[in-house]
Ligand binder design. Structure first.
Ligand code: GLP
Length: 234
């Protein structure tokens, strides 16, 4: 595991963007696993800047996002599809049809999760997976549990996650209680993983990488992965 300590969010974005640039130079048709949350925004800004200067090319890439809220339409400003279009996809030269997210409106959640796992398998698994980390150590929406989750699934969000994410919703609007998330198994199958973390996440990152490997701290499973880079603001 490599830890890159940086002093600002902008630097965090630039360091992580270089990893994406190297990935796409080495393999233009890479499958990129992407994440939402406020932490990756500086990375997406850096990637958009590189793309504007023709320093990176997404034209052959595919993307798969980690998760989506249940019950939010793609047009809802808090849906992860809306977020990804706004912060990344509308600013780079990717083909929209190559950008994949779980459908939070699917009536049959199990079928939607199975579709997503099959899709990722058909793309040949993830080459570079971006992760953020929740205050309780969640990755994607894989919440603390008695075992590490496996396949893509529907999950009930914990109160801590609902509280943490409520800052992004307007007043009076409630955070959905459920989400669909890529499972830990798929995340761990990615060839490379990059986790970005702001200053507010220093303690939980330290617990995850130095403490026991414990499904109550989902990110601790990353200790078992052979190629993880953590870019953290200190
Ligand atoms: C959400 C996402 C996670 C993300 C987390 C942290 O819960 N599902 O993938 O890592 O938020 O977000 P932030 O970067 O805003 O702290």
């Amino acid at each position: 595991m490599r830890i890159e300590k940086v002093n600002s969010e902008q630097q965090m974005g630039e360091v992580a963007a270089e990893l994406f640039k190297s990935q796409l130079s080495a393999k233009p048709g890479s499958v990129l696993g992407l994440a939402t949350g406020t932490t990756p925004i500086s990375l997406y800004d850096a990637l958009a800047g590189m793309c504007a200067k023709n320093e990176i090319d997404f034209s052959a890439a595919n993307t798969v996002n980690l998760d989506e809220y249940c019950g939010l339409a793609p047009s809802h400003p808090q849906s992860y599809r809306y977020f990804m279009d706004k912060y990344l996809f509308d600013r780079i030269n990717i083909k929209k049809e190559n950008t994949h997210l779980l459908n939070g409106l699917a009536e049959d959640a199990a079928a939607e999760c199975a579709r997503y796992d099959a899709l990722i398998g058909s793309l040949g698994e993830v080459d570079l997976q971006l992760l953020g980390i929740g205050p309780n150590g969640h990755i994607g929406f894989n919440e603390p549990a008695s075992t590490f989750s496996r396949a893509t699934q529907k999950v009930a969000l914990t109160q801590s996650t609902i509280d943490a994410n409520s800052r992004l919703f307007s007043e009076g609007e409630s955070v959905p209680g459920y989400a669909l998330t890529m499972g830990i198994k798929t995340i761990m199958l990615a060839a490379k993983i990059v986790l970005v973390a702001g200053r507010d996440k220093e303690d939980i990152v330290n617990t995850a990488i130095n403490g026991d490997i414990d499904p109550m701290i989902p990110a601790s499973v990353l200790q078992l992965h052979r190629d993880v880079t953590i870019v953290m603001c200190v």
